[in-house]
Design a protein around this ligand. Structure first.
Ligand SMILES: C[S@@+](CC[C@H](N)C(=O)[O-])C[C@H]1O[C@@H](n2cnc3c(N)ncnc32)[C@H](O)[C@@H]1O
Length: 324
């Protein structure tokens, strides 16, 4: 795999994604391992890629040679691969969707949105997600279209795996951002994006690897549960599996960073992550939780950042260094 074009590409996330980390990039940047900045990290692994805010940020600075990304969401993964391999065809299809949609009045747009959403849900069961076909291009264009025109621009499915976000009322949504899609394609040109469980990443990591984990949040409370990125949720047992993997990667000598919402926001006695990652550096940084069914729970909360290394700019404030 050749070194990618990095800073020439300037790509930013092409989807809005629940739990997206754009707002935390500054807080992360000063906590990335020094070796990443100095070129000592050759491999970057992100097993919960979602909208890819952290990946695009790292790629922009051209600091790694090999990038491996995973996600359990089939439609998301084929969309990354279509952008990587078939970007022009995707742009053509998306432009057609955009043109047809934007010329309608609000009522017509709403009707068109639900038609495409229905089509997207009906076509899911017949699609082969393992072997490329031109259906992938059609599906990727629909996913991007729905993301740009749905309420709040989020991705959410019900227990049957059906995309169920309602119509969003935007005056002039940019549905096909051709320039950015082309940049994303360049950035992905030597990146591997795979469908699967986060545990698959283990074999790709060595002592020259940086792994960033951004799993679905452990809900702050039951009504705040938002783990419907895919029909199978992400449960406490998965958080435990992930902590085991974190420790294995640590033993391999990889640098590992993980973020999650801080359960202490809701319950100061909740030491779930403090216990799970005891012995590692745990920092708490302010974040805004945008997605919450209960509007009163939106607003400032803390995000946890767990690291198995000492970052260059650790502040003694709210830091809990038990043993490194
Ligand atoms: C918090 S989001 C990641 C957001 C991303 N960091 C961003 O900036 O957009 C978590 C992602 O994990 C994915 N996911 C859920 N369970 C998974 C699993 N078992 N293995 C891999 N990915 C999973 C979801 O589909 C979702 O895209």
């Amino acid at each position: 795999m050749a070194r990618h074009k990095g800073s020439s590409s300037n790509a930013v996330p092409f989807l809005k994604w629940a739990g997206g980390k754009s707002q935390l990039l500054q807080a992360f940047e000063i906590r990335f391992p020094l070796e990443l900045k100095k070129g000592g990290i050759t491999t970057y692994i992100e097993p919960f890629i979602g909208g890819g805010a952290v990946f695009f940020h790292i790629a922009l600075n051209n600091r790694t040679q090999f990038n491996y990304l995973w996600d359990i969401n089939e439609d998301l993964v084929i969309t990354y691969n279509v952008i990587k391999n078939n970007c022009e065809l995707l742009v053509n299809e998306l432009k057609q969707l955009e043109g047809g949609y934007l010329k309608g009045d609000e009522g017509e747009r709403e009707k068109r949105y639900y038609e495409i959403r229905d089509e997207f849900n009906k076509e899911k069961c017949g699609l082969n997600y393992t072997t490329f076909s031109s259906d992938w291009i059609h599906r990727a264009s629909q996913l991007i279209f729905l993301n740009k025109t749905c309420f709040n621009g989020l991705y959410r499915v019900n227990s049957k795996g059906e995309f169920n976000v309602p119509f969003g009322r935007y005056k002039n949504p940019l549905i096909c951002n051709e320039t950015n899609l082309m940049r994303v394609s360049v950035t992905l040109s030597d990146t591997i994006v795979r469908l699967g469980d986060f545990s698959l990443c283990e074999m790709y990591a060595d002592e020259n690897t940086f792994v960033y984990f951004d799993p679905p949040y452990r809900p702050l409370n039951k009504s705040a549960f938002f783990a419907s990125y895919a029909k199978d949720g992400f449960y406490e047992r998965d958080q435990l599996r992930l902590a085991e993997l974190f420790k294995k990667l640590d033993k391999k000598g990889a640098k590992v960073m993980l973020s999650n919402s801080d359960p202490k926001n809701e319950d100061p006695e909740d030491t779930f992550f403090d216990d799970l990652y005891e012995g590692y550096l745990i920092e708490r940084v302010p974040a805004k939780r945008a997605i919450n069914s209960n509007g009163s729970l939106r607003g400032a909360i803390n995000e946890l950042i767990v690291m198995n290394y000492l970052p260059p700019a650790v502040t003694p404030l709210n830091r809990q260094l038990t043993e490194l």
